[in-house]
Design a protein around this ligand. Structure first.
Ligand SMILES: NC(=O)c1ccc[n+]([C@@H]2O[C@H](COP(=O)([O-])OP(=O)(O)OC[C@H]3O[C@@H](n4cnc5c(N)ncnc54)[C@H](OP(=O)(O)O)[C@@H]3O)[C@@H](O)[C@H]2O)c1
Length: 323
């Protein structure tokens, strides 16, 4: 199939494009051309690269037409954040493509009410990002169920891989916590460290997109959580990371209002984003309908990412890979 991937050179695209090629698809990779994939760009032989800026093209009303002009049979849209972007997609691609796969997020659910969260749960996001992503999902699936547009929605958790920092055990992006854990130094967590994080390796997200593309009858009109098999609590995450370095986690706890004063405003903001949602997703539907079978647990995904950070000198700890 001729597949256009919008936003093809980032976390997901790095793994998705090679998977699509392996499945025998013809791939057109759309991005602004500001960056290369995190790895393996040399394997992108035969991939058609189209450099355009979605935001600028949308403003001109030209984005949907530019994608349609590529004559795709399927479109994987990794870059759809605003419901206002939908009309150009629907107007230009309706009746012209076999499958449209939208990248959503676990943030659509808002704070977890039932764990693990299934796709049936209400969308109660409290932030613009989650609300807009939920609105896009609802509109696409409604079109699909009315037989008007062949859409599927996939909802990844925190995407992890070698090449960028993962969400750390304090729920933010400050890598220092890894060093403290690895050296057995005390780490303070908000509340009782019982908030959950739900990571997923970027290659498993790519796997899910590949499977959905291969199984349109099961996927069209449907939505799927795409996370690792099990979420982690902050405290469980800390204990495992410390153990990787032969240390024992020394954990203390403060209630949120006290804890947030111990970190920068930015770190507190990112942690809050994560711990107020406490994502914990079910992948039973993706397993059942698509055969989704993640290669990585949350810890395995972070292990790979952390080893990369250590080898890059971004985290000062001994390498996790015994070569
Ligand atoms: N990151 C997470 O943890 C996470 C979690 C859940 C869901 N998601 C969802 O995942 C999707 C993002 O995928 P990702 O994490 O693989 O993205 P990413 O790593 O941020 O990569 C973004 C890609 O889009 C391109 N791009 C950015 N702005 C563009 C523009 N204006 N016009 C054309 N291309 C543009 C980038 O290349 P250039 O810079 O060269 O243009 C790159 O190829 C989003 O839908 C997001 O909601 C992410």
């Amino acid at each position: 199939m001729r597949v256009v991937v919008i936003g093809a050179t980032g976390h997901i695209g790095t793994y998705l494009v090679p998977r699509l090629l392996k499945l025998g698809h013809e791939v057109v990779a759309v991005s602004r051309g500001n960056r290369e994939p995190y790895q393996g760009f040399e394997q992108w032989k035969g991939v058609e690269l189209l450099h355009l800026d979605r935001v600028a093209e949308e403003k001109k009303g030209a984005f949907g037409k530019a994608i349609a002009a590529l004559e795709p049979e399927a479109v994987i849209d990794l870059l759809l954040f605003h419901p206002s972007s939908l009309p150009q997609i629907l107007d230009s691609l309706s009746g012209r493509i076999k499958h449209y796969l939208y990248c959503g997020t676990m943030w659509i659910y808002g704070p977890t009410e039932k764990a693990p969260t299934t796709e049936e749960e209400p969308r109660r996001a409290e932030d613009d990002y989650g609300q807009e992503k939920a609105e896009i999902e609802a509109r696409l699936l409604e079109e699909a169920r009315r037989g008007k547009f062949p859409a599927t929605a996939l909802h990844p958790g925190h995407i992890v891989g070698p090449g960028w920092p993962p969400i750390v055990p304090a729920g933010n992006l400050n890598l220092e916590i890894f060093e403290k854990l690895g050296r057995g130094e005390e780490v303070c967590l908000p509340d009782h460290g019982l908030a959950t994080l739900h990571h997923v390796h970027a290659d498993d997200v790519a796997q899910a997109f590949g499977l959905a593309l291969e199984k349109p009858a099961a996927a069209i009109g449907e939505n799927f959580n795409v996370v690792s098999p099990q979420a982690l609590t902050l405290r469980g995450f800390c204990r495992e990371v410390a153990a990787w370095f032969g240390a024992e986690a020394s954990l203390s706890y403060l209630d949120w209002n006290q804890w947030k004063e111990t970190v920068s405003e930015y770190e507190a903001e990112v942690t809050w984003e994560h711990i107020r949602n406490c994502p914990c997703g079910s992948i039973e539907k993706a397993r059942r309908l698509l055969g989704y079978n993640p290669r990585y647990s949350s810890l395995e995904a972070v292990h790979e990412s952390l080893d990369w950070l250590i080898r890059q000198g971004k985290v000062r700890l001994p390498s996790l890979t015994r070569v």
